[in-house]
Design a protein around this ligand. Structure first.
Ligand SMILES: CC(C)=CCC[C@@H](C)[C@H]1CC[C@H]2C3=C(CC[C@]12C)[C@@]1(C)CC[C@H](O)C[C@@H]1CC3
Length: 383
């Protein structure tokens, strides 16, 4: 039962152009160096191009003045916007967060990496991913969750991503862990996937499909590549029912999250549920995991609030996000830029990520936003 391709306007793909840009910007930094040191090895001219391309959507725009036209321009250029966001942010993500680019629930005394893995296992469990199944990870980042889910379930996975730098890093990590016989990566736009209809037993997306210009469009494309009887599981980034688009404060929080996190357009929960239905899925499970009564909120590592410290190992994470920590980071990166060790735009990117952190924490505290709206849907038909 193949659904028609989405009617959303799609960007024309140019794989050669993107591969050449990756080579120009990142050089050999995708091969080994990680995080901060990788950031220092970029080409300054190419970095300027990425910065200009990304920030043209946000500079001199505010939630008070933004128009539907500005939002449409972002949706129309979703793929370029997201690709350049990750060209700029990937090294900082790895430096400050690790290789799994998502949030998770946390329980008291639980180590950060353990909680992250638990969140990934939970999705695999709810989808009932089995050994040997052919699985697609949509928007796989540098492959942290895919490696964990392959090890946890024994499935065979393909990761899809439209950023060549992340693909290169993901491929190298998989090889290093001896998982390359079960895990491979494809460069491509998730709105127009390079796979035939009915290709996968299961598809999952962890905090990635929010980069799509339309949730109905991306869910429809996922439905197309799933085999009949196949399962789709997603942790979606969404504004909650409490979000009121006529409230200036709410809109400022949404725009801060969108800018800081490379998102063209973020929707409310009701839109995601309707999109699952419109795509053809039978919804088996939907729950806002951020609404569970956990002692530690999902946003604690970004809060800079030292009361959340579980062990001494959490200190660097929290300290980095305090006022003093951020000020030091801002000045340090600025100094590296002025002596030309870091390319121009590094400070602007770091400041934009700080805006992301503030807006995410505010959205989480005020219950206006969730990064973990769990949905599991099935494509009708016999497996
Ligand atoms: C963008 C989407 C859809 C998912 C990524 C979620 C998170 C992994 C990121 C959201 C905000 C990011 C920030 C950082 C790491 C990755 C995120 C948590 C930093 C901690 C990286 C180090 C910088 O100095 C501060 C960043 C704040 C935001």
């Amino acid at each position: 039962m193949a659904a028609p391709r989405s009617t959303t306007q799609l960007e024309k793909e140019d794989l050669e152009r993107d591969a050449a840009f990756k080579k120009a910007l990142h050089g050999k930094t995708g091969e080994g160096r990680q995080g901060f040191t990788a950031m220092l090895g970029k080409d300054h001219g190419a970095q300027k191009e990425a910065v200009d391309e990304y920030f043209k959507h946000w500079d001199n725009k505010s939630s008070a003045t933004e128009t539907e036209e500005t939002r449409k321009a972002r949706r129309d250029q979703y793929a370029t916007l997201t690709r350049h966001y990750y060209n700029l942010a990937t090294d900082l993500y790895e430096y400050g967060w690790g290789q799994s680019f998502h949030f998770s629930r946390y329980s008291k005394g639980e180590a950060f990496r353990q909680a992250m893995a638990r969140h990934e296992h939970y999705l695999a469990l709810k989808m009932n991913i089995q050994e040997g199944q052919r699985v697609l990870d949509v928007g796989c980042g540098v492959g942290g969750p895919a490696r964990e889910i392959v090890k946890f379930t024994g499935c065979n996975t393909v990761g899809l991503n439209n950023n060549d730098y992340q693909i290169e890093r993901a491929t190298n990590y998989a090889k290093r862990e001896g998982l390359d016989h079960k895990l491979s990566f494809t460069k491509g736009d998730f709105m127009q996937m390079p796979y035939p209809d009915n290709s996968f037993d299961a598809v999952y997306a962890i905090e990635a499909t929010v980069h799509a210009p339309s949730l109905e469009g991306i869910y429809t494309e996922i439905f197309r590549v799933l085999k009949p009887g196949g399962v789709f599981g997603v942790y979606e980034w969404l504004m909650t029912d409490k979000y009121n688009n006529d409230d200036a404060h709410h809109r400022a929080i949404r725009l801060g999250i969108e800018q800081g996190d490379g998102i063209a357009n973020m929707e409310k929960i009701e839109v995601a549920l309707a999109a699952m239905k419109a795509a053809g899925f039978t919804l088996e499970l939907n729950e806002d995991m951020a609404d569970r009564p956990d002692e530690l909120p999902w946003y604690w590592p970004l809060s800079g609030d030292l009361r959340y410290m579980q062990s001494i190992w959490d200190l660097p994470t929290l300290a980095r996000m305090t006022k003093i920590g951020r000020g030091l980071m801002h000045n340090f990166v600025g100094a590296l830029e002025s002596i030309k060790l870091a390319p121009k735009g590094t400070q602007k990117t770091a400041d934009s990520l700080a805006l992301a952190a503030d807006s995410l924490v505010a959205g989480g505290k005020e219950k206006l936003f969730t990064p973990m709206y769990l949905m599991v849907g099935r494509k009708p038909g016999k497996a």
